[in-house]
Design a binder for this molecule. Structure first.
Ligand code: UD1
Ligand code: CA
Length: 481
């Protein structure tokens, strides 16, 4: 497209969302609604993008420029209709030539290919106006495409202006229009607000083109969902499910096994490789990447995570974590930001990790918290280990070398270091560094205080049981033990 301007309308209030967040900023499949629209728009490589902002423009404007840095923001102070919005946009665009496409900011299923096909057809047909139209089972609320006996488009008639007969027309204006810029600039000042809503209807430009004797046409889109907007959260959820269905289907076609598409949620920016398997109840969010032969799920949520080839991640919640190739995670693991598990490593059952590098082949198999730590290659951490990283004021690191074997129920009181090939006994509270090859033992010999329960817990069920055991002679106390 040589000189293509795309105008995205996003000034409306979206009051039916009943939200402090502006409608077009509501997320679906990991992007804002307008983020999806801008992706489709950018795929067409337009010469310029103009976004019309109004309501909450201090939220919407920066969001748009974060996605399309060179987008022109046109401010519409009061929302007086789509014709008014486009007039302001054309003033900001600084062009009166080429092709202009107008789209809305709330149609998250829109695809670049559809927009391109529409723009190309519009240019090839050399029309003043093209309408991306659709057939819908319930056309209520839409502008209807009125055709003459020859089938040529005569006008778009808005719901409130339509006659009963026109209301029965099921071909509707999707809201996406293409214009010859010269015609558009000449038509905008001629649009009036003399109608039921007291608004400047952009759609009146169609009738004006016909009056000028110019060509107008409609391009019927088969996949109407691409042009559907969400006005409230119920519609947003419906579009979200449909968008997810499309994303999941696309990945299955790319060679990913998805056992249960209905309970699998994959956001738009996720990347999957062939022969990945996703089990039911799994959400892959943000910039998550899953490499070939990895198996994720069931019941797993990963946000901005990377899962290496052949890794296995079961019933896990992860965010900003990296899982190495062939590694095992879960069931019931919580990977917090900064977790890096090496190839062939393990973060097992009921293990929480944060800001922790667990090198190749190292294992934290059971019931542990690993925070602010480095665990060297091939090291095994005993069950029930706590990395006590927080002294109540600051966080400290624990560094454990390679091929270490730490006992069960250890506490590493950071900052502390354990050398390569070192060991710790069960129940050790490691407060001092352990040299390479040493065994750390911190717990003293066990003492049994005989009769303690009956003397200190008299009258309790525990004391009753102790007394019963004593009288039954199950155990003879040895004085002085
Ligand atoms: C519009 C079309 C209708 C079409 C329908 C498709 C007009 C007059 N009617 O109707 O033919 O079938 O879309 O959904 O164009 N906006 C602004 N500034 C304004 C008014 C609207 O930026 O002053 C934005 C809105 O935020 C929205 C879009 O334009 O993104 C469409 O506006 P809306 O009021 O929803 O138009 P509809 O009545 O739905
Ligand atoms: Ca609308």
């Amino acid at each position: 497209m040589e000189n293509l301007t795309v105008i995205v309308l996003a000034a409306g209030g979206g009051t039916r969302m009943k939200s402090k967040t502006m409608k077009v900023l509501h997320p679906v499949a990991g992007r804002s609604m307008i983020g999806h629209v801008l992706r489709a728009v950018q795929a067409v490589e337009p010469t310029r993008v103009v976004a019309v902002v109004g309501h909450q423009r201090e939220q919407v404007g920066p969001h748009i420029t974060s996605l399309v840095p060179d987008a022109v923001l046109a401010v519409q102070e009061t929302q007086e209709g789509t014709g008014h919005a486009v007039r302001i946009a054309m003033e900001a665009a600084g062009t009166t030539t080429g092709t202009v496409i107008v789209a809305a900011g709330d149609t998250p299923l829109l695809e670049g290919d559809s927009l391109r096909a529409f723009a190309e057809e519009h240019e090839a047909a050399q029309r003043a106006v093209s309408i991306l139209s659709g057939r819908v089972p319930n056309p209520f609320g839409y502008g209807r495409i009125v055709r003459n006996a020859e089938g040529d488009v005569e006008a778009i008639v808005e719901e409130k202006e339509a006659t009963d007969e026109q209301r029965r027309i099921d071909e509707i204006n999707s809201g996406i229009l293409a214009f010859d810029a010269g015609f558009l600039v000449s038509a905008l000042p001629r649009i009036t607000n003399d109608n039921a809503k007291g608004e400047y209807y952009l759609t009146d430009a169609v009738g004006l083109a016909r009056e000028d004797g110019l060509t107008v046409g409609a391009h019927l889109i088969d996949d109407v969902a691409q042009t559907e907007g969400a006005n409230d959260r119920a519609q947003l959820a419906e579009l979200g499910r449909e968008l997810n269905r499309r994303i999941v289907t696309r990945w299955m076609r790319e060679g990913v096994t998805v056992m249960d598409p209905a309970t699998t949620w994959i956001e738009a920016d996720v990347v999957l490789e062939p022969d990945v398997t996703i089990l039911p109840g799994t959400q892959l969010l943000g910039a998550t990447v899953v490499r070939e032969d990895a198996v994720v799920g069931p019941d797993t949520t990963l946000k901005d995570c990377e899962v290496g080839p052949g890794a296995r991640v079961v019933r896990t919640h992860g965010e900003l974590a990296v899982v190495g190739g062939g590694a095992n995670v879960g069931p019931f693991a919580y990977l917090r930001p900064g977790t890096q598990l090496g190839a062939g490593g393990k973060i097992g059952t009921f293990v929480e990790t944060k800001n922790a590098r667990i090198d190749d082949g190292a294992k934290v198999p059971h019931l542990s918290y690993v925070g602010d730590a480095e665990i060297g290659e091939g090291t095994n951490i005993g069950a029930g280990t706590i990395f006590a990283n927080y002294d109540g004021v600051t966080k400290h690191r624990t560094v454990i070398g390679k091929q270490a074997r730490t006992g069960s129920n250890n506490t590493f009181v950071a900052p502390v270091e354990v050398g390569d090939g070192a060991g710790t006994a069960g129940g050790t509270v490691v407060r001092r560094n352990v040299p390479a090859g040493a065994l750390a033992v911190s717990s003293g010999p066990q003492r049994n205080l005989e009769g303690w329960t009956e003397s200190r817990r008299a009258g309790t069920a525990q004391a009753e049981a102790a007394a019963a055991a004593r009288t039954a002679g199950e155990r003879e106390p040895t004085p002085g033990e």
